[in-house]
Design a protein around this ligand. Structure first.
Ligand SMILES: *Cc1c(COP(=O)(O)O)cnc(C)c1O
Length: 316
């Protein structure tokens, strides 16, 4: 049985906001802070926790004792759901895209150690995961499970990500100008935009989502859908954008330049990045800073959304 009246928020520390210092940033005349969501929890930190939090609360309120979700073999969301499920007393089931490979990789073996039941579905089925007919089959097979979408991205996830803004506001002594994150589904960005748009007064802060996928322009539509269920209001919004130029060839594609950037970043700032998401965001952000994309004196916040466990997929 899931634990009653959860203490989700209370027993996890608020992630630190850390100021980066370097000659590069001084010369560029910007202040850069990192919201260290990677430090929320060693196993279910990052934006995946932000997205899980209100979902687990809701699942508890509705008396679900089992979470079911989807992901690829290196999914940070599978990893976090397995760990958080164990921590908060839920059974967990993971439907994994593709075939089973023995021995299991580090992500899936960790999930299994947390008690997650793994099932493998082929790519065609995987694409149907959000269809009503497929979800009906899931309930028939697994019973009354709480279904989390891929990446945990749904409206309760957006609510969790709004809190990034509220926390940063309370941690920073001067209002920030720009906040950025790495974007896969766009849900984290949508939550941040939603919180910024609720703020007064204008001029508003600006949000940038660095797409980790090729042809990331489509994320503009995805973010709009999250924000407004497809209503066009936010299309006119001028306080956010998707940055589509730093995908490095596509999802989980990397090259030597990116790896070298991660090494240099770690050496300079003593912060480990993940190759799939946060390295691409920081690489892109630094390129924008170098090209004077931000006005002098700008206060910029970058969200470290975690994901370090996935580096093992690249032997990093
Ligand atoms: C999943 C993930 C993201 C992408 O978040 P979205 O809300 O899907 O855009 C970013 N960073 C890390 C480390 C992630 O694991």
């Amino acid at each position: 049985m899931a634990q009653s009246s959860l203490i989700f928020a209370d027993n996890l520390a608020v992630s630190p906001l850390q100021k980066l210092q370097s000659p590069f940033l001084d010369k560029a005349n910007v202040q850069l802070f990192v919201k260290r969501d990677d430090l929320i929890h060693p196993q279910f930190g990052g934006n995946k926790w932000r997205k899980l939090k209100y979902n687990l609360q809701h699942a508890t309120n509705k008396n679900f004792d089992t979470l079911l979700t989807f992901g690829g073999a290196w999914s940070n969301h599978i990893y976090a759901t397995a760990a958080a499920g164990k921590h908060f007393g839920f059974n967990t089931i993971g439907l994994i895209r593709g075939e089973k490979h023995a021995p299991l990789n580090t992500t899936l073996s960790f999930a299994e150690e947390c008690g997650m039941q793994l099932h493998y579905i082929d790519r065609k089925q995987y694409r149907q995961k959000n269809d009503a007919s497929f979800q009906k089959k899931i309930i028939e097979q697994f019973g009354n499970v709480y279904i989390l979408p891929e990446g945990g991205s749904n409206s309760l996830a957006i609510r969790g990500c709004e809190e990034i803004i509220q926390e940063v506001n309370s941690q920073i002594n001067k209002p920030f100008d720009v906040i950025c994150c790495a974007s896969g589904t766009g849900a984290t960005l949508a939550g941040m935009i939603s919180a910024i748009e609720a703020e007064e007064p204008i001029p508003k802060k600006f949000a940038i989502g660095f797409s980790v996928l090729k042809n990331g322009e489509f994320l503009t539509t995805e973010v709009n859908n999250f924000l407004n269920n497809g209503v066009a209001d936010h299309l006119l919004s001028d306080n956010w954008r998707i940055e589509a130029n730093f995908h490095f060839g596509g999802y989980a594609k990397i090259n030597d330049e990116l790896i070298q950037f991660m090494r240099d970043f770690q050496a300079q700032y003593n912060i480990a990045l993940d190759a799939v998401y946060t390295a691409k965001m920081f690489y892109g952000l630094f390129a924008l800073i170098k090209s004077n994309a931000f006005k002098p004196g700008s206060v910029i916040v970058a969200v470290h959304s975690g994901g370090i466990q996935g580096n093992k997929g690249f032997n990093l």
